[in-house]
Design a protein around this ligand. Sequence first.
Ligand code: HEC
Length: 151
Amino acid sequence: MKRLLLTLFAVGVVSLSPTSGGGGELTKALAPGAAKIPADEPTLRRGKYLVESVLSCGNCHSPRTPDNSVIPGRELSGGRTYDTPAFYVTPGNLTSDPETGLGAWTAEDVKQALTRGVRPNGLPLAPMMRTAFFKPLTEEDLEAWRRRILS
Ligand code: HEC
């Protein structure tokens, strides 16, 4: 690992300049073609990565066809209803729509929903929304997630 880092430094892939301003810059430095990427692009990219892969929000929040594939172009716009003895819930629209989606949610609203399982009006979310799993998200991850949603 040490040798790999030394090699990366040697070829100039990793640059921790005094202006880099923290860990996020490392991601930027490692991204191919990083020099041409606008300042906030790595954050948006991280948001896409988190939402679309690691956190799998679309598993529950995307509408699906009868054969269970996500309906193209409608990703994250709301999932199917789950009618169980414990709760009756529908994973909502996570797009930037200000009325049916999260367009009007503040960064704090998003944080509280994801990490504490509470809606902006104080009502708790059903445990199916895996708050315990999302709790370790950092402020940067939450901001990246928000940028992806609002993009
Ligand atoms: C295992 C299924 C599941 C996954 C995965 C999931 N959610 Fe949810 N989510 C739900 C359900 C079900 C609700 C509705 C809960 C309720 O109404 O009490 C919900 C509710 C929410 C809400 C409140 C607004 C609404 O839709 O009613 C937000 C915000 C939210 N989820 C964000 C996310 C984000 C962001 C991710 C990915 C990081 C995610 N969810 C992943 C099931 C899921």
